[in-house]
Design a protein. Structure first.
Length: 281
């Protein structure tokens, strides 16, 4: 049982007006997403292959599915199940990280201007105040805020979602779209699991949780130190600070790190999200 949400539901407080949830690209048809097997074939046909992504040969297509295929556990080959799951999740993780990276870039720009005693526009001041509120930093500590406004490595998000959902085969997880084990004090179905409208919403809540909850201060500290050393945050390294994520403690950490190693998930930490091409004609 995940511990991080037992006190209260974790929510992304910002309304989805400025940056709405990404929409599924037109490259997939309704028939393509009607089953896991058809989705697997469609993604192959598009050239969306994990090996090519890991090698940096192709960008990850901006395909944002609202849910895991309901029959993913019908795929007899475990490698196919994993491939479908990872290819569904990776665009969503990268989209959330892009959103956070954009906020971080703007925050760094404002911090630089403040440090050099340059003018900071009222609109930027208002944005900064809202950012601090959303990331629960109320004391004006911009360094603390910067440590929170940062990406979650794809390898870590993929490993945790795979573990918490059984690679998407958990029916409860598929129904609730709760890929990271978020719990609430009370739920309509009595499961104690939080329900999400889309997978994207679940990924955003997960990243926000790691970036704000006191239980993950150690993870944020390691990530900030990694940044200070000029390196990119590494999912395998950050996983060491996740003992508070589950009642399993250190055993959970070892499970996540094993998942990352065995499935070579760090290959996707540098993956890039592609852009939808404008239609012609």
């Amino acid at each position: 049982m995940v511990l991080h949400d037992t006190a209260a539901p974790v929510a992304v407080s910002r309304p989805q007006v400025e940056q709405p949830a990404p929409q599924q690209a037109a490259a997939l048809t309704g028939d393509d997403v009607s089953s896991a097997a058809r989705l697997n074939l469609a993604l192959d046909r598009m050239g969306y292959r994990l090996e090519a992504v890991a090698a940096g040969q192709v960008d990850v297509p901006p395909l944002f599915l609202p849910h895991i295929p309901g029959d993913i556990d019908d795929l007899s080959d475990s490698d196919d199940r994993k491939a479908v799951f990872l290819r569904v999740m990776l665009p969503l993780v990268l989209a959330v990280d892009e959103e956070i990276a954009a906020e971080r870039s703007r925050l760094l720009d404002i911090m630089t201007r403040k440090a050099n005693r340059l003018h900071v526009a009222a609109s930027d001041q208002a944005w900064l105040a809202d950012l601090a509120r959303r990331y629960e930093v109320e004391d004006g500590n911009l360094r603390k805020l910067l440590s929170r406004v940062d990406v979650v490595p794809a390898s870590l998000a993929l490993a945790q979602s795979a573990e918490e959902s059984g690679w998407g085969t958990s029916r409860l997880v598929r129904r609730s779209r709760n890929l990271f084990g978020h719990t609430v004090e009370a739920s309509a179905d009595g499961s104690g699991m939080r329900n999400f409208t889309t997978l994207y919403e679940a990924v955003r809540a997960y990243a926000h949780n790691l970036n704000t909850h006191r239980a993950y201060e150690g993870l944020r500290r390691v990530r900030a130190q990694t940044r200070a050393e000029g390196a990119w945050p590494d999912g395998h390294a950050l996983a060491a600070a996740l003992s508070g994520y589950s009642e399993r403690g250190d055993a959970y950490v070892q499970t996540i790190r094993t998942l990352i190693r065995r499935n070579e998930l760090t290959r996707y930490d540098q993956a890039r999200l592609g852009r939808v091409q404008a239609r012609r004609g």
